[in-house]
Design a protein around this ligand. Structure first.
Ligand SMILES: Nc1ncnc2c1ncn2[C@@H]1O[C@H](COP(=O)(O)OP(=O)(O)OP(=O)(O)O)[C@@H](O)[C@H]1O
Length: 308
């Protein structure tokens, strides 16, 4: 199957700065793919290479089998980009901004207006269609960037920090739209600093740092590598720490804090039934239980050494 994105040993230098330093990555058609990395990791540079805004210094990049340099037009036409920066023409009503965008990608004028209206309805700002960009609120500007990315009906939607600085309701609305597109076959590439968002939405995530891939996996796989915390409250405080680590091999540490046992274990959810059986066999009565899973955020910090 043709990949939506395939890059091999991608490089981009700005003088001394190696923004991309041998990045290799494959995103399958139909995936919801997250690109995570600390500030300056090279995420925007990577996206800009794909859309032809930045010329790579080396390596290879294809979008749906089209080389981003040699077949720029085909590659670019397949992509809808909602960028991090507000790069919108401020002098036209927003519906015209969308019509121009569609025209640039070869969509005839009469069809372009229909598409512009459809995209504006989809993101919920159709009633603002005759207003100019500068008159919109920050949240509406984000909606417009998404509408502009959608007006060409792209196979690949790239979202670069689409929810930076927007309120909870809008984040929720935007994700509804994007999820629905993905369910209908659009491939999504998302960069976000809200790692929880990636954890919830993405089929797979790549962690990049210093212009290179550190890891690529499903959020679940990454989280399974972390250590979870299982807190068990016992009816009677034990005199000493029960020796649970001796019999349960995934248990990493056990601490006693009054009537509470704090157990650190890999894949805590799976360990818990054995843990409870073991405690019961020792004569303890469990009155409360809490399992706190490692977050993707914690794994991210471990992988990149970034604690933002
Ligand atoms: N036009 C440019 N000229 C010089 N250096 C640049 C340019 N664009 C990016 N860089 C540098 O390349 C590196 C990667 O930047 P990039 O914007 O791709 O990172 P990012 O992962 O998108 O970061 P952020 O999360 O902050 O958006 C950084 O060190 C940045 O300073």
């Amino acid at each position: 199957m043709t990949a939506a994105i395939e890059v091999e040993d991608l490089r981009k230098s700005y003088g001394e700065v190696q923004a991309l330093d041998g990045l290799s990555l494959r995103v399958e058609e139909g995936e919801f793919f997250g690109l995570l990395g600390p500030n300056g990791a090279g995420k925007t540079t990577f996206i800009n290479v794909l859309v032809g805004l930045v010329r790579k210094s080396g390596g290879h990049a294809e979008v749906f089998g089209h080389d981003v340099v040699d077949e720029y037009r085909e590659a670019r036409d397949a992509i809808g980009l909602a960028p991090q920066e507000f790069n919108v023409d401020r002098f036209f009503p927003i519906e015209e901004v969308l019509v121009h965008k569609a025209g640039y990608h070869g969509i005839p004028e009469d069809e372009a207006l229909d598409r512009a209206h459809e995209a504006l309805k989809r993101v919920g700002i159709y009633d603002k269609r005759e207003e100019r960009f500068d008159w919109l609120s920050g949240g509406m500007k984000r909606r417009l960037l998404l509408a502009r990315a959608l007006v060409t009906g792209p196979e690949l939607l790239i979202l670069d920090e689409p929810t930076a600085g927007v309120d909870v309701q809008l984040r929720h609305d935007l994700w509804e739209v994007v999820r629905d597109l993905n369910e209908h076959g659009t491939t999504i590439l998302l960069t976000t600093h809200y790692i929880e968002e990636a954890e919830r939405l993405c089929d797979r995530v790549a962690v990049v740092d210093d212009g290179r891939k550190v890891e690529v996996a499903t959020p679940d796989d990454l989280m399974n590598r972390g250590t979870d915390t299982v807190t068990v409250t016992l009816r009677d405080a034990p005199a000493e720490t029960p020796p649970l680590g001796d019999t349960l091999d995934r248990v990493e540490s056990v601490e006693l804090d009054g009537d509470r046992l704090v157990v650190r274990a890999s894949n805590g959810g799976a360990v818990t039934p054995d843990l409870l059986n073991e405690l019961e066999a020792m004569g303890h009565v469990v009155v409360d239980l809490d399992i706190s899973r490692t977050s993707l955020e914690e794994i991210f910090v471990e992988l990149t050494g970034d604690d933002r």
